[in-house]
Design a protein around this ligand. Structure first.
Ligand code: F6P
Length: 418
């Protein structure tokens, strides 16, 4: 990369460790004597020339990002049209980058964000502004291709496995006279990785979760009810984990709320109460259900140390790649061994990640469709390893970073969305 600044932005659904990636980006760039600006609310901040000067933050504040969930600089779901459809938007981005002598753009997101970074990576030469674009992986959904796993996933996986184990102990205690079924709904949109991670809660026969519902298998109400009924009869209670993305035999999402984001993705949520109703009506059993929703992807208190280390590693590698001028790549996680778990970071072309989705492979799903295989366990188990404790404040709660968020002076007229 030609000398200049880096621009870092967060995009899409945030995670418990995305800020650890941000910290690694800022710290690595500082060590190389390179300034990092952060765009407020993802690519929107770049369009609006709403940039934050991270060099005005203290080392201690940046370090505290390691244990601060959410997206410290703000995130967005905003789809750039293609350069042919909306050239003005790309021109504006290039004007902002040029005005601030930004030579490297690091976009921290999922497959949609990889697409945005890829589109931009192709424009430097055309606009006469040499630019290196790097996609930095992040998503709780774990659905990016090429990378072995996605930063953010290990922590939501750990939260889910922990919660299933703990809540199941609760239900088991109540089950003789009260609650017989507990249903937990987890995120993951079209891929069942988070639901699968619930399977790490127990391995022996009849250990919870007893039923996992994956988006990769169509939901059959009768088979589901029969399984719940038999489990309650045999075990005394039944823990169910349902992915928010489960579909009926016709391929319709059970929990489509009707709301769409900029990419056309449906907002999902509400499978657990639907299933609870079904169990109550058809089996006449007492049910409790929970939708942890944002609690799961912000659960930094339950984060995995492995996930945290990987989130930091992709941030560091992203800066190194940018400084080497490696345009249109993403640092991905390469699994070298399952046990003991060994991983490394390598560059992958953004074109092989953008807009693609990695679902659970069939060999990870048990033949009956209600659980995970030992191959899935081998894949998932190392990702939740290690406790990534955060320092506690005087109030007994974790200390979170409080950024000053000092804005960079504007050099251009305000942006008018076209
Ligand atoms: O980005 C992944 C994700 O957490 C999905 O699992 C979930 O369906 C979605 O984001 C929710 O998005 P939003 O926060 O924009 O409603």
């Amino acid at each position: 990369m030609r000398r200049g600044k880096l621009l870092y932005a967060q995009s899409g659904g945030v995670t418990a460790v995305i800020n650890a990636t941000a910290a690694a980006v800022i710290e690595t760039a500082r060590a190389h004597g390179v300034k990092v600006y952060a765009a407020r609310n993802g690519i929107l901040g770049a369009l609006r020339e709403d940039l934050i000067d991270t060099s005005r933050e203290t080392r201690a504040t940046i370090a505290a990002l390691d244990h601060t969930p959410g997206g410290a600089f703000g995130s967005c779901r905003y789809k750039l049209k293609s350069p042919e459809e909306n050239p003005a938007e790309y021109k504006r981005l290039m004007d902002v980058l040029r005005a601030h002598d930004i030579r490297g753009f690091l976009y921290n997101g999922g497959n949609d964000s990889a697409d945005t970074a890829l589109k931009l990576s192709r424009l430097g030469r055309e606009y006469g502004h040499e630019l290196t674009c790097i996609g930095v992986p992040k998503t709780v959904d774990n659905d990016l291709t090429i990378t072995d796993c996605c930063p953010g996933f290990g922590s939501v996986a750990r939260y889910t496995a922990l919660s299933v184990r703990e809540a199941s102990l609760d239900v088991a205690s109540m089950s003789e006279t009260s609650t017989k079924v507990f249903i937990l709904e987890v995120m993951g949109r079209h891929a069942g990785w988070i639901a699968a991670a619930a399977g790490l809660a127990g391995e022996e026969a009849d250990a919870p979760p007893h039923v996992i519902l994956f988006p990769e298998r169509s939901f059959e109400p009768e088979a589901f009810l029969a399984r719940v009924k038999a489990t309650v009869k045999r075990v005394g209670y039944c823990t169910v984990v349902a992915s928010e993305g489960i579909r009926d035999a016709a391929g319709r999402l059970l929990s489509d709320t009707g709301t769409r984001d900029a990419f056309g993705h449906a907002q999902l949520g509400g499978v657990a109460p639907m299933l609870a109703q079904l169990v109550k009506e058809r089996l006449d059993l007492k049910v409790h259900w929970a939708v942890p929703d944002y609690l799961q992807r912000s659960a930094r208190h339950a984060a995995s140390a492995t996930d945290l280390a990987q989130a930091q590693a992709v941030g560091k590698a992203a800066v190194e790649y940018a400084l080497k001028g490696m345009n249109a790549v993403m640092p991905v996680i390469v699994r070298e061994r399952d046990a003991p778990y060994r991983w490394s970071i390598a560059p992958a072309p953004l074109a092989r990640v953008a807009n693609r989705e990695k679902k659970m492979p069939a060999r990870f799903l048990r033949r009956d469709g209600f659980g995970i295989t030992s191959a899935a366990r081998r894949y998932l188990a190392p990702l939740i390893h290690g406790e990534a404790a955060a320092p506690l404040g005087r109030d007994g709660l974790p200390v979170h970073a409080k950024l000053k968020m000092i804005a960079v002076g504007r050099k251009l007229p305000p942006w008018k969305a076209g």
